[in-house]
Each structure stands twice: as C-alpha cells, then as structure tokens.
Design a protein around this ligand. Structure first.
Ligand code: TXA
Ligand code: MG
Length: 324
C-alpha cells in the first residue's frame, strides 16, 4: 500500500484547486461514470509524461482524450457521419471513438498511431472540470498499469496516492467497467475494440461483436492496451462457468458469485448482486475484487457473468484478470 494522497470532497473550492493543478500541468484523479481516471492536459507533453510515469504504463499504450463538447472534439479528431451519429446518440457517456487524429494531438497521446481515441464523459464532476479548462484531458484509468481499475476514490488513493497530489471523490462509479471503444476510422467497417457498458446491440453493431469474441489477439493489436493479461489483482483468479459451482473450494479461497446464493453461506462466499442484475454485477465487480485482494485468500474463484449486454464486458475483464 502506498501513502494516501488527499481525497478531496467535490466542493466548489476543491474543483477550483483541481482546475489550478491541471493548468499547472499536474495530474489529478477524477471520477467518471465508468471508472476513475488519471487526468492531465492532453496538449502538454509534461502532463502526458506524468500520466505514463504515475501509472507505470508503457508509452506504447495510447490514451483516451476527453472533451467537453463535440465541437471541441472535432478540433482534434477527424469525424465522419457514422461517428457524428453515434456521438449524438451516446455522448455524454461511456462510448470512446477511435478516429483519425489531427496535428494538434501529439504522438505521446496516440503511441505514434495516426488515430486518436476520444470521449465526452457524463460524470458531472469531470464535466465541470472540462468546462472550466481550455484544453482537453487525457485520462487513462487511475490504476497502476496491469492492476484492477478503480471504481472509488479510495482505490486511487491507496494505489497511486504517493505519486499524485489529489483525487476528487465522486462516489462509486455508476458503470464500474471502462467505456466501450469503437474503431470508426473506416465508417463502413466499424469495430468494437473493447466491450463496455454500451452493448453491440445498443450501438447497432451486433455483427461486429462476433468478430470481437473470436479473436482477442487481433484485438490486442488494434487496441494496444487490450493485453491478454490485465486488470489483475495480486491474489490469483480462476473462473467458473455462469450458473455453475466452483470445484474443490478450500477454506483459504474466496468464492465470488454473481447472485446471492440461497440459504446459509460460508464465510468465504461473496456475491456481486442480491438479485443477479447485470448492471449491478458490473458496478460492484472491481470494487469487490479489490476488497478481497487485500484479505489473505490464496485464490479468488469467480463466476463468469451471463454473456449478454454489459456481461460481455464483465467476462472480458474477468478473462484478462485470470490470464497468466
Ligand atoms: O472508461 C474509460 O474509457 C476510462 C475513463 C477514465 O475514461 N479510460 C480508460 O482508459 O479506460 P485506459 O487508458 O485505461 O484504456 C484506454 C484504451 C486502451 O486499451 C488503449 O489501447 C485504447 O484505449 N486506445 C487509446 N487510443 C487508441 C487508438 N488510437 N487506437 C486504438 N486503441 C486506442
Ligand atoms: Mg485501463
């Protein structure tokens, strides 16, 4: 555990303070509706380098740039009609679009790719920061590279707290998994690079989603951050099938179900939702994994989610967390 940084309540004064910090090229932990982000000036090399340094993230892994409006986003990325239509329907929200970049975006942001990932977030605190600033914010998830993503301010403070000045507390993140990333460089051949809160069906991209399930290596090349092993807690994770039971559970191991089991449960049994609601399962996933990770269990045995809607994103994160 690191030294905890300041967890700031979202008062007008503290928002002012964070605006000043960001103008001074510092990086700040910010709440979003997906997971907490580590935000810095997307147009300043110093800030961008700090983001990579604080996370211990390889420079080969490009960053998402967050904007306050589509007009702002269009200054830095080349939109096509398909992108504008999705943006109009889903922004502000948990959708990231990969589009050809304009010259204003540096190679540090994109890992020298000719494309940039852009998003307008929905969280009111993040939005109020963006509206006050005259530059966009680059923000990866605010976790050390490879570790579970943070869904509470305390997660950011306990893992990156000795390396940043502040994190703003926006409570528990609504979705609990990162945004859906859609590659729209070619408007006629859209691809889902990362499943998230918005499903392929919602995006009108059912056929594209099939491709995603089949080839995770191809995916890793398209979105360099989609490494097979990612989101890993320190305690080893193994998965068992949805609606199935884990094998051979030891007392030293924890079992994490989707839904609260009926009847009396053992002390090492946990669940993500009372009722099995998928939205709630996603919302609680990273939080519960991090909570169990600091106990002394030798292994976490986790049930896969039903493979529909946001359950696809949950299973994607679980597979990576369990990958060796
Ligand atoms: O919900 C989210 O998207 C959160 C919040 C903070 O906005 N951010 C987030 O960022 O998850 P990060 O850095 O943890 O994941 C960004 C992903 C990585 O997998 C990266 O490879 C991919 O986006 N990415 C970024 N730019 C890209 C590009 N130009 N082409 C393809 N993939 C890109
Ligand atoms: Mg991340």
């Amino acid at each position: 555990m690191s030294h905890a940084c300041k967890i700031l309540q979202a008062s007008a004064e503290n928002i002012d303070l964070c605006v000043d910090l960001l103008r001074d090229e510092a990086v700040v932990g910010v709440p979003t509706e997906t997971v907490y982000g580590l935000a810095g000036n997307a147009l300043k090399e110093v800030s961008l380098r700090k983001i990579f340094e604080v996370k211990g993230r390889p420079m080969l892994d490009p960053l998402i740039v967050h904007f306050s409006s589509i007009e702002q986003a269009e200054i830095h990325a080349e939109f096509n009609e398909h992108a504008r239509a999705l943006a109009a329907q889903f922004w502000p929200g948990a959708l990231t679009l990969v589009l050809p970049k304009k010259d204003t975006i540096s190679d540090l942001v994109t890992a020298a790719l000719p494309s940039v990932a852009v998003r307008i977030p929905e969280h009111p605190i993040f939005r109020s920061l963006l509206e006050r600033l005259d530059f966009p914010l680059a923000a990866p998830s605010a976790n050390p590279f490879g570790y579970v993503s943070p869904t509470r301010a305390e997660h950011v403070a306990s893992t990156l707290g000795d390396r940043i000045l502040a994190v703003i507390d926006g409570g528990a993140c609504k979705h609990g998994v990162e945004s859906t990333i859609v590659d729209l460089r070619d408007p006629d051949a859209p691809k889902i690079l990362r499943p998230g809160p918005l499903s392929a069906e919602q995006l009108g991209m059912q056929d594209v989603e099939m491709e995603l399930n089949q080839d995770s290596n191809k995916l890793a090349q398209a979105a360099p951050g989609m490494l097979t092993q990612h989101y890993s807690p320190n305690t080893p994770i193994t998965l068992f099938g949805h609606d199935e039971q884990p094998n051979n559970v030891q007392k030293s191991e924890a079992v994490l179900y989707n839904t609260k089991p009926a009847g009396k449960v053992a002390e090492n049994t946990f669940w993500l939702s009372e009722s099995g609601d998928l939205t709630e399962i996603a919302h609680n996933l990273f939080m519960l994994i991090q909570k169990l990770d600091v106990r002394d269990y030798t292994q976490l045995k986790v049930e896969r989610a039903e493979h529909v809607d946001i359950g696809i994103a949950v299973n994607d994160r679980l597979s990576r967390a369990a990958a060796k």
